[in-house]
Design a protein around this ligand. Structure first.
Ligand SMILES: Nc1ncnc2c1ncn2[C@@H]1O[C@H](COP(=O)(O)OP(=O)(O)OP(=O)(O)O)[C@@H](O)[C@H]1O
Ligand SMILES: [Mg+2]
Ligand SMILES: [Zn+2]
Length: 302
């Protein structure tokens, strides 16, 4: 706490959010459904279309954004306005994370109000400069950090991530209801890990199949149901791509991987797979972009 307090000083200073036009929260009810992975890939996709993009990691006890964006070795400094410098990725995305200033072991002992005020403080105290959009990777659940973020007037809305699993959808529904109660516009749902492709024959298989014990298999459509019942649109579906997990482990987003792969024959199969997942992220990014202040007229799905 002390280390954090010394760098997060409370004096009167400009808010680092002054030049930020939009904040979008990426949230889910359930942990592990792919919020962070969606956040970094969405950021890369929005950045590709020349937006000024930042990512804030609000997950204090398990900050994964710096690892997924390759900025884990960055040491923050303080500028003349007493704002904390964010890291910058190779493709020019600004990154700030609680993990940069507080060791996660230490943060685990923090209680709700301290936690949410520390998260809010770093969000405000980061030198974001002028950004079109700041994506906030929320911790799992519907805790204090989300509650206090929900009160920010710059919050343009939230994207809720779920997998096709029933328990993830139930948690997502609770998350959606809470966001709605707080008056946060829920921009849409993203179904992550919807299908997986067979490496051998290329056929796609659903990750969750409903089983009727009497009649054999029928496929389920739970995210569709969640979308219909809550009135929250489905922004897109992202396949489960094992290579995407490996890229995330190496701090590389799908968009950046496409740039890094050569056009040689041996890269072609991988390039094709990554291109497909990038297309899915681009669809989601296009719909998110439509909801940003200042970009309403520039809607494109790609
Ligand atoms: N579509 C996908 N295809 C393959 N791997 C994925 C996909 N989405 C996420 N992953 C991987 O699954 C793991 C969990 O994802 P991630 O860390 O993004 O989840 P999370 O919701 O942020 O978790 P937490 O609740 O702990 O913050 C990560 O290793 C990530 O790289
Ligand atoms: Mg995460
Ligand atoms: Zn097959």
């Amino acid at each position: 706490m002390q280390a954090a307090q010394s760098i997060l000083s409370d004096g009167v200073k400009p808010s680092g959010l002054t030049g930020v036009k939009n904040i979008i929260a990426v949230s889910s009810g359930k942990g592990g459904v792919g919020k962070s992975c969606l956040t970094v890939n969405l950021a890369s996709s929005l950045r590709k279309s020349n937006l000024k993009v930042g990512v804030f990691d609000a997950d204090i006890s398990g900050p994964s954004i710096p690892f997924m964006m390759g900025t884990e070795d960055f040491t923050p400094t303080m500028n003349e306005d007493h704002l904390i410098s964010p890291a910058t990725t190779d493709d020019g995305i600004l990154v700030s994370s609680m993990g940069m200033i507080v060791p996660p072991e230490q943060a685990l002992a923090w209680r709700g109000p301290i936690l949410s005020s520390a998260v809010n403080q770093l969000l405000n105290d980061t030198a974001w400069g002028d950004l079109d959009v700041l994506l906030v990777d929320c911790p799992p659940g519907t805790g204090d950090a989300q509650l206090s973020l929900g009160q920010s007037e710059k919050l343009s809305g939230a994207v809720v991530v779920t997998t096709p699993h029933r328990i993830a959808c139930l948690d997502a529904r609770r998350g959606i209801e809470l966001l709605m109660e707080m008056g946060v516009p829920v921009l849409g749902l993203v179904e992550n890990m919807a299908t997986i492709m067979c490496d051998e024959c290329g056929h796609k298989q659903e990750m969750v199949k409903e089983v009727s014990l009497e009649k054999g298999e029928v496929s389920g459509a739970r995210v569709d149901t969640l979308s219909k019942e809550t009135g929250v649109p489905l922004l897109g579906q992202i396949d489960y791509l094992p290579e995407l997990a490996a890229l995330a482990d190496r701090g590389v987003t799908a968009v950046r991987a496409l740039h890094m792969l050569s056009d040689k024959d041996h890269s072609k199969a991988l390039k094709d797979k990554i291109s497909k997942v990038v297309e899915s992220y681009d669809i989601v990014a296009g719909k998110v972009r439509k909801n940003l202040k200042g970009f309403e007229d520039m809607f494109s799905t790609k």
